[in-house]
Ligand binder design. Structure first.
Ligand code: TRP
Length: 356
């Protein structure tokens, strides 16, 4: 077991640029946790091997997005002096751990994983599910346990993965003796951030649905998207009473708006409740609320864009950050792997002699 250290492991698949849903759902929290100084070690993983489980025929896409995701991390404030940013496939120990954990999980348990179920449906895999994809929750358990993570700050969709990890940890420890650390997921405390819908209001923000606002998008593009957001289709004239449910402008204000934004951008209202009341009553137009939201979102994204531009000029540094983070991660995972192998009695040549 670990020495009661507080350790974070989390990550993302490099299948596209990260968007504001990732930001409010997890990235922002990671940076806060990082800067709290409460954690002894932090590992942020670019999960390329997991991305390949359903993109086996498109390795270039995965490779290209490694740098995009790394830039997204750095631009939101993941600080390489405090956090290791690593590339999953470099840490080959993870694959080895997965192989051993596979003995502790049944096919029917994997079939019941709600996130995997939903993904299978979304990708129309049905009977042609790649085995690697089907078993990725096991590899995710390897990711989490290899670093002896106590905390996994992630979005709600990762909850079944952490639950499955906990089951593997308990099973492993009961069969082979206390070895692995039991992790906890850390979800965003703001409810609306659990699953930020896309700008069309239809579903979760997702690249394949084309309803995202990306962290790296230029100001004018973001504004265009905000001005085209889905609101209340029955709110036709300004005087009409408006609905807040399913109204993306208000959903996004719930996610992004802080009290001080009113003094700065909309001083005729004291707070979000007042603004909502006026909208419900009628007499408040969508354009005005959208302009306010645009100011709020741009304020959040401006420093992120600026930081990204800095790093983009310095890609050699990004490369070094990834290399250093991956090497540190590999070292840590190797220690866990040797503990696992010892617990499983497959540590034949570790200097103890070969008394089989
Ligand atoms: N499954 C995560 C995603 O879809 C990526 C990921 C891989 C991850 N390993 C992890 C997240 C471990 C948290 C912990 O983006």
């Amino acid at each position: 077991m670990g020495e009661n250290k507080k350790i974070i492991l989390t990550g993302d698949r490099p299948t596209g640029k990260l968007h504001v849903g990732h930001y409010v759902g997890s990235l922002k929290r990671r940076v806060e946790l990082q800067n709290s100084g409460e954690y002894d070690e932090i590992y942020i993983m670019i999960a390329d091997a997991q991305a390949l489980t359903d993109n086996a025929d498109n390795p270039q896409k995965v490779r290209d997005n490694i740098l995009e995701v790394a830039l997204d991390y750095l631009s939101v404030g993941i600080d390489p002096a405090k956090s290791n940013i690593l590339i999953q496939s470099y840490v080959s120990e993870l694959t080895e751990l997965s192989f051993y954990y596979m003995n502790l999980v049944t096919v029917s348990r994997l079939q019941r994983n709600p996130t995997v179920k939903a993904e299978i449906q979304m990708r129309n895999f049905e009977t042609s599910i790649p085995v690697g994809f089907f078993t990725y929750p096991i590899s995710q358990a390897a990711d989490i346990t290899a670093f002896e993570a106590t905390a996994v700050p992630a979005g709600e969709d990762q909850m079944p993965m952490v639950e499955q990890t906990k089951e593997i940890v308990h099973k492993f420890n009961s069969v082979y003796g206390e070895t692995l650390v039991d992790p906890q997921i850390l979800l965003p405390s703001n409810k609306v951030c659990l699953r930020l819908p896309g700008i069309d209001g239809k579903a979760k923000m997702s690249k394949s649905l084309g309803n995202c606002i990306y962290l790296s998008e230029p100001e004018a593009e973001v504004k265009k998207k905000i001005m085209s957001m889905f609101t209340d289709p029955d709110h036709i004239r300004i005087e009409d009473p408006g609905k807040l449910e399913g109204n993306m402008v208000f959903t996004y204000l719930d996610a992004f708006c802080r009290q001080e934004h009113f003094a700065e951008y909309l001083p005729e209202y004291a707070n979000l409740d007042e603004l909502k009341e006026h909208y419900k009553r009628g007499g408040l137009g969508d354009v005005k609320v959208k302009k306010f939201l645009n100011n709020v979102v741009q304020e959040e994204l401006r420093p992120i864009r600026a930081k990204r531009a800095e790093y983009e000029k310095n890609m050699d540094e990004v490369y070094e950050i990834l290399k250093k983070g991956s090497e540190a991660a590999k070292e840590k995972a190797a220690v866990t792997l040797s503990k696992v192998k010892a617990a499983m009695k497959i540590n034949y040549f570790d200097g103890q002699g070969i008394r089989l």
